[in-house]
Design a protein around this ligand. Structure first.
Ligand SMILES: NC(=O)c1ccc[n+]([C@@H]2O[C@H](COP(=O)([O-])OP(=O)(O)OC[C@H]3O[C@@H](n4cnc5c(N)ncnc54)[C@H](O)[C@@H]3O)[C@@H](O)[C@H]2O)c1
Ligand SMILES: [Zn+2]
Ligand SMILES: [Zn+2]
Length: 387
């Protein structure tokens, strides 16, 4: 069916209000305007940041279509788009790369000024939305909204990937893998023989563990309140597992006792002020590096003992692994990337089950929860989603 220049009616998951179950709705997706790309989504991962958005921890405008870890095919492009063409395989980017703002022009960071996360307008760059449902305007999330069979994103929020990319799995390369792996490899620069602690063994924490192991860390302590995460974490490289709920002392004291001096590298991948402080306090007093990847609720603050700062350790935040070019067209051909993806055994859900997928994502090793758009057998969209 020729959809070029036309509004497409398809299925999408909508969060109508804070902390509600997602509901599957028929939505209208307008054609892309200048500088925009319309994508037929093939699969999307579920990241902790989607969970935060649905729960209101990252404040978004309601109603919105969640999702940012997407893999799909370009359906059509707006005027002036040059980096992708219809039929290209692409990933969506939660943090765009405009390549001209003060953040993009500095190699030390990647939090592009054109991002729509903190704060979020829920709208495209021209201040309008491309989605409607039952005549009502629906907001975008992070200008990606991948929980839809079709979505529209700015060209700067899309990256072309190799034609051989496995579209059922590659979506996790869009956020969780580069965030966690990059935090260890690019941002912390974990060194061979070093000791590490990872707070939170979900999607991001698992990818951090992979990065620490790949960097040659000799000891990786994994901390989580959900012990169901431990077997998988051990398989990925965690050498010691700690459940803070079972400890009689603060977890940072346990980490210090286990290592004698505190760890060389500590990572926080939960998004809570108290675990950020625990990560900091777990570090070696002189050269320890504490990396924060978790996103906290608005107005959340933490305080550190001022004396613990002047001894030399480093506190660092990191966005999407700290690298502007991690998501690039070579990734699917890169041997290391193939190894990383090989660790993923996806739990597949289909779009109608997205709400249960989000609930399940909170319970299991979440990198592996992927929602597939295709195989949604509903009469009105069967033409558009043939695989
Ligand atoms: N900085 C970035 O670029 C970036 C990118 C993606 C996600 N994030 C953020 O990273 C964080 C983690 O995301 P995720 O996808 O891994 O989420 P996740 O839900 O998969 O993992 C979180 C883990 O933390 C554990 N946990 C919760 N409370 C805990 C506590 N008090 N002590 C110990 N463990 C606890 C949970 O059991 C779970 O295993 C979120 O805050 C998310 O928004 C940041
Ligand atoms: Zn994410
Ligand atoms: Zn920019």
């Amino acid at each position: 069916m020729d959809t070029l220049g036309k509004t497409i009616t398809c299925l999408a998951a909508i969060a109508w209000k804070t902390n509600s179950s997602l509901s599957l709705e028929e939505v209208q997706v307008e054609p892309p305007k200048a500088g925009e790309v319309r994508i037929k989504m093939i699969s999307t991962g579920i990241c902790g940041s989607d969970d935060h958005a649905i729960k209101g921890i990252i404040p978004l405008k309601y109603p919105f279509i969640p999702g940012h870890e997407g893999a799909g095919l370009v359906e059509s492009i707006g005027e002036g788009v040059s980096s992708v063409k219809p039929g290209d395989k692409v990933l969506t980017l939660i943090v765009p790369q405009c390549r001209e703002c003060s953040a993009c022009l500095n190699p030390k960071g990647n939090f592009c000024e054109k991002q729509d996360i903190l704060p979020s307008s829920g709208l495209m760059l021209d201040g309008t939305s491309r989605f409607t449902c039952k005549g009502e305007k629906i907001y975008h999330s992070f200008r990606t909204s991948t929980f839809s069979e079709y979505t529209v994103v700015p060209e700067i929020s899309v990256v072309k990937i190799d034609a051989a990319a496995p579209m059922d799995k590659i979506c996790v390369i869009s956020c969780e893998v580069p965030t966690g792996y990059g935090a260890a490899v690019h941002s912390a620069k974990v060194t061979p023989g070093s000791t590490c602690v990872v707070f939170g063994l979900g999607g991001i924490g698992s990818a951090i563990v992979m990065g620490c192991k790949a960097s040659g860390a000799s000891r990786i302590i994994g901390v989580d309140i959900n012990e169901e995460k431990f077997p998988r974490a051990r398989a990925l490289g965690v050498t010691d597992c700690l459940n803070p709920s079972n400890l009689k002392k603060p977890v940072q004291e346990a980490v210090k006792e286990m290592t004698g001096t505190g760890v060389d590298f500590a990572f926080e991948a939960i998004g809570l002020a108290e675990t950020m402080v625990a990560a900091w306090d777990s570090c070696h007093v002189s050269h320890g590096v504490c990396i924060i990847t978790g996103v906290s609720p608005p107005n959340s603050k933490f305080s550190l003992s001022a004396q613990t700062v002047s001894t030399g350790r480093t506190l660092k935040g990191v966005c999407l692994g700290g690298s502007a070019v991690f998501c690039c067209s070579e990734i699917p051909n890169n041997e290391k990337c193939k190894d990383i993806l090989g660790e993923f055994i996806p739990f597949l859900f289909h779009l109608p089950d997205c709400s249960s997928a989000v609930k399940r994502a909170a319970k299991i090793w979440k990198c592996s929860v992927i929602v597939k758009m295709k195989q949604v057998h509903l009469e009105f969209n069967s033409n558009k989603i043939a695989s």
